[in-house]
Design a binder for this molecule. Sequence first.
Ligand SMILES: [Zn+2]
Length: 314
Amino acid sequence: MIELESAVIQAEMIDVLNTLKLELNNQGLDYLRDIKPNGENIQCTCPFHKNGQERKPSFGININNGKAHCFSCNWSGDITTMISELFGHHTDFGQYGLKWLVTNFNSTEIENRKPIMSFFNNSKKEEKDKIITEEELDKYRYIHPYMYERGLTDEIIEEFDIGYDKEKKCLTFPVKNYAGDVIMIATRSVEGKFFHIPQTKDKPIYCAEKFQLGSYKKCYITESFLNCLTLWKLGLPAVALMGTGSSSQIRMLQHLPVRKYILALDPDEAGRKGTQRLKKYLSEYKIVREIEYVDKNKDINDLQEDFLVLNEKY
Ligand SMILES: [Zn+2]
């Protein structure tokens, strides 16, 4: 029995791996040689480096929860993302893998957890309804001095399509889904300085789409748009949670194709709590470090270039 986050697969991991190996072999892929039980884990040759032909198996997969890791190339994920990758679905967060498991083995869905499948299906449906058109975005393509006051440059304004809503007197930040479609416009009022983030079922992660192709190995995690954009300006790849992190955002972060997260939430009480939660849920999947703020009253946007001299800690 394999207990995943969204389903229980009524099969032994060794049978799952042997079935997987057979199907891959039938497709001419010589992966997963030397499948050997080793306590709570099964060891086999890693399919993610040396074209699956390493001599000594360095890939381990937990028989109870399906978490997998390669000690040689550092690949980490779980049985669902592993299967997805092997069949060429590189950025589906294990959606295909889960489908493959459910098709090939008996399974029960865990009711009190949010099923992965409906998570993806729902968000897809919603995104379809809500994609924001170029025409609408054009209404906001104005410059306001407050953009420069916050340290934004013309390059950043252009790249991230930051605009100004003349009616509501606020800066506009188009937020994309993972596929790259704009699905919401968040705002920050120029006078009151407060943010407005439209309510959606699953809050997206600002800038997550930039990581889709595995273009960056590390990713800074911030709370707000301005902090995130400040980091991009400094040449550091970053996302913003528009808060301190929801459970669906955390799940997305677990599967984003990066190797290392540097937690750079705000240096206040809420930020500290969020940082602890992210550490707890991301450490099994990625290398996780935390920014050591010196002045607790200054966030990234206040710090600007001074951010670059801050240390990372465990
Ligand atoms: Zn490997």
